[in-house]
Design a protein around this ligand. Structure first.
Ligand code: G3P
Ligand code: MG
Length: 247
């Protein structure tokens, strides 16, 4: 049986793979994370017009590919025709936007656990969560630990109904107003906040209430050290190579 994500969670998680070192959310980024010793990565998932799950942060492909337009209005074939590496550096030309399946197969081989952030286009929270949940239920490799997360409570609750065995985390920039009520409503196991809002007291209060506490996106080693000293469960970083030596 698969270990749960939190049983194996390291204290440093690569953001969009190792997105400071390679083009975010690509196979090259996941391999780079592995090369520098990362044991877990966070990536973003959304759906295409033909209901396929692809790994991409923005709702459109403009910033991270040589194409334009919303992901939700493109077929998987159209998404696959785009170059997702050259914008970062010429050496990464030819990288594609990966599918969920390509990603989970690779991470299983690399022995890297997965924090999958559901990133729905506004208005498509429930269908996105349903398609991602169904894909995970049908095809998730049995030994890959996965943590689902989202800024959107509807998406979290919907995936929780389809894959209830997978842990879930609620994303928020600040510590949410009335966070106890909010986390109960989202039915989650963890809270992930923007590191700039995180205090030692907040970490302790949230952990004492039974939740794991993660912070994103921490790229300054001094700030990372402070959060680790405050007993944060994990930090999410674009530069796992800078943060792993702190452990
Ligand atoms: O999951 C943590 C972090 O990735 C959330 O923000 O915008 O980088 O996806 P964003
Ligand atoms: Mg993310």
């Amino acid at each position: 049986m698969r270990a749960t994500f939190f049983e194996t969670m390291p204290r440093v998680i690569g953001h969009r793979g190792a997105s400071g070192l390679a083009p975010e959310n690509t196979i090259a980024s996941f391999k780079k994370a592995s090369e520098v010793g990362t044991q877990s990565i966070e990536i973003d998932i959304m759906i295409t017009s033909d209901d396929q799950c692809v790994i991409c942060h923005d709702t459109n492909v403009n910033r991270c590919t040589d194409g334009t337009g919303p992901v939700l209005l493109k077929t998987l074939e159209e998404i696959k025709s785009l170059d997702a590496g050259k914008w970062f550096a010429d050496e990464f030309a030819g990288q594609q936007i990966p599918t969920l399946q390509e990603t989970t197969d690779l991470l299983t081989k690399l022995d890297i656990s997965l924090n999958l952030e559901i990133k729905p286009t506004d208005g498509w929270e429930v269908p996105t969560a349903k398609i991602v949940g169904q894909e995970l239920k049908a095809n998730l490799p049995s030994d890959l630990p996965v943590l689902l997360s989202s800024f959107n409570i509807e998406a979290l609750v919907t995936t929780g109904e389809i894959v209830p065995h997978l842990p879930r985390g609620y994303l928020s920039d600040a510590i949410p107003y009335e966070w106890e009520r909010r986390l109960a409503e989202a039915r989650v196991d963890s809270l992930h906040c923007d590191a700039n809002f995180v205090t030692e007291d907040a970490i302790k209060a949230v952990q004492d209430a039974g939740y794991h506490f993660l912070a994103f996106t921490v790229n300054d080693p001094e700030h990372a050290q402070q959060l680790l000293d405050w007993n944060i469960d994990a930090i999410i970083t674009d530069y796992p190579d800078r943060m792993l030596p702190l452990l």
